[in-house]
Design a protein around this ligand. Sequence first.
Ligand code: 5AD
Length: 373
Amino acid sequence: MDFTMGHRKRVNGKTVLDWLRETDPRQLARLYAAADKARREFVGHAVHLRGLVEISNHCRRHCLYCGLRTENCALLRYRMRAEEILEAARTGLRLGYGTIVLQAGEDPALSCGWVAELVRQIKGEIGLPITLSLGERSEEELTAWREAGADRYLLRFETSDAELFRRIHPSLPGNPSDRVALLRLLQRLDYEVGGGVMIGIPGQSYASLARDIERFGELNLDMIGVGPYLPHPATPLANGAVPPAEDQVSGNEEMVYKVIALARLVCPEANIPSTTALATLNRVDGRERGLLAGANVIMPSLTPSQYRPLYEIYPNKACVFETSEQCAGCLRRRIRSLGRVWGSGPGRRVQMAGGMARTNPRSFAAEAVGLTV
Ligand code: 5AD
């Protein structure tokens, strides 16, 4: 029997594509409840906190959607010193976060050796698992960083539509981008691997977003990050560079919840954050509602206050004017208000024991939530 939840296959008599088009609040409540149940049964009550240090906003790329793109001369650029990064990591440890995430634009000055040494220092002193999110890097670099002790790597593939990806993410000369191949390389290097997409990119159709969700399952991702595309006025994509698809998908709040829920049902064991981009769309309770629709991770910023406004991948980012301590306090309250618990330990992806779950956790999820797939 094939339990795979592809966009043409059925869940509760509906395809993933049908679910993306669903607008009936009662039906959607059923979807979120099913995802929340799968979340509870597969990854439990803990909300894992990953402290995010945005270590550099330099970027050699020309992505049409991102405020860090090279062409954005209005942006003041920064690169944190190793000691500043270590200090932020110490803060993360003190605040009780389970992982330190080092993220940056694709900054060539973050050299292979420098990053490897930084990873060694943080692992040596702080001891927490380290996630890197430094863009498309060479096999040599990814290998060296893994050897230095990096545990995880995040690289969203943004959209599974190859043509749309090519348009919004121009390749560097002589070096065609293939993020799916990179994700597979990262898996071979034994990283825990995270991918994901933006929702509502101009040119992104419903069918294309349904395929993205299918791709999460095919890639067997450990972590899945999804959030709304938020137009940045200093980028071509915000200024009509790509026309809307005939069947353009919206990047509204509801669509984000649907994608989180479907991602949970496709990859029930994955770690799925309720993202800052979602919290930016709904500052009141976007984070909580993401956590109620299948998410189990939050990535609070540990970036020092003076740099936060400069890591402007999209405008009006939530939490930019808060300190790390304020973010931690705010999140503790939000997690408690949901009756969930602050995750302890590294929050690794745990693969379910047991033959059936191991061979096809999706079938397991479907049964756990009583879905006819
Ligand atoms: N809106 C929303 N998300 C964005 N990202 C980059 N630019 C934007 C934007 N304008 C996301 C991409 C990238 C991640 C680090 O931030 O998905 O992978």
